[in-house]
Write a protein that binds this ligand. Sequence first.
Ligand code: SF4
Length: 452
Amino acid sequence: MNGTKPRRAYVETYGCQMNISDGELMEGVLEGEGYEIVSSAEEADVILVNTCAIREHAERRVLGRVGQLSGLKRTNPDLVIGVTGCMAQRLGEGLLEKAPHVDLVMGPDGYRTLPEALARLRPLSGNARRLSVLHLTLDENYQGLEQRRRSTVGAWVPIQRGCDHRCTFCIVPYVRGAEKNRDPQEILGEIRRIADEGITEVTLLGQTVNSYVSGDWPFPRLLQAVARVDGIRRVRYTSPHPNDVTPDLVDVMAMEEAVCEHVHLPVQSGNDRTLKRMVRRYTVDSFMEKVAMIRQAMPKVALSTDIIVGFPGESESEFQDTLDLVREVRFDEAFTYKYSPREGTPATRLPPGQFVSDAEGQDRLERLIEVTRGIQAEINRAEVGTVVELLLERTGKHEGTVLGRTRRSKAVVVPGEASDAGRYVSALLTSTTGATFVAERLEAGKPLAGVS
Ligand code: SF4
């Protein structure tokens, strides 16, 4: 604390849900130390830009933003600017040189020491005021710390950090370290507290969330226990690795009423040679077996996926295999990307002649999007006329509307107002844009048997 006035901190987060969760964790840590969390950079004494390293373009954006924020030091010379997260870990001390107004560089395993780091920086000035905290540890899973959650509708609960895979396109293992799992009792205690606050939906988070294991608690056991916490009506998890989809997991999903009928299962490619070069550790056949296993246990399940096109060495016919897989599985939604090299990842060391040109990559991406969106629209059009249970999340784009989500994770717009957030209603789907639905509200609801 700074004499009588609490210090004010502002956290601005970029990137994936894990990073958003980390942003909430930093806010929790700082609030626990007496900081006031504010909602704009202009009010703050400490600004933390919590960054993502997945794409180069995200990094450039962050550097631009840091440059802009440094202008605030003109009126507030004591302002501390920190860059945290994956990009901070990737660039390390080089970031202090690249961005001279940055005072603190902190990687994803350093957040427990954030108050201490800020206290060390505070008395310093000018060039002396620079600190980097970049160690990755095998045991930092943020046990005992709690996030400052912003949403009152759903809660994201990290159960695992880091990743033991080495997919050749991915920077995550290098910036977040090896897989570390949290204690199951601590996770369950946190979810009970979340439920006591009136939040009814939780999403368990991890880089390969279903490889979670802690003592005699493999992921299916944890998922079942979470689904049985009083007050929790919806449980989701993301992102699973296909190899860790097991009969025990699909049994729990099928049996436990609270577990939603949606699985996000990243396939990345529909070609075995490409999968091997990506080191995804499964084949097209074994992926299809997992899909069949999930659908057999839960015929109404919605499946979504991630796909990368233009991975180095991918030929046109190998790309066609991906289109074939997509047509066969018929994903409800696909997040599609053109391969983008990340310095430090093994794929960047493939022979330069193998790199797919930007124009070709873009062309494949557009063709893939056409197919995936077409399938999504067909699936969704067939769902018009059905009744669904919605958890209302937030106001819609147009006045007098709210956005809700079905158990199968479909976005639906219904009439309503901001105060509806957190309520369950049943709704009749009346039309679709292809991706989202418009619906009529039927009644404020209890869970409806047999609806999606
Ligand atoms: S499983 Fe592969 S893609 Fe996912 S975080 Fe780990 S290395 Fe990256």
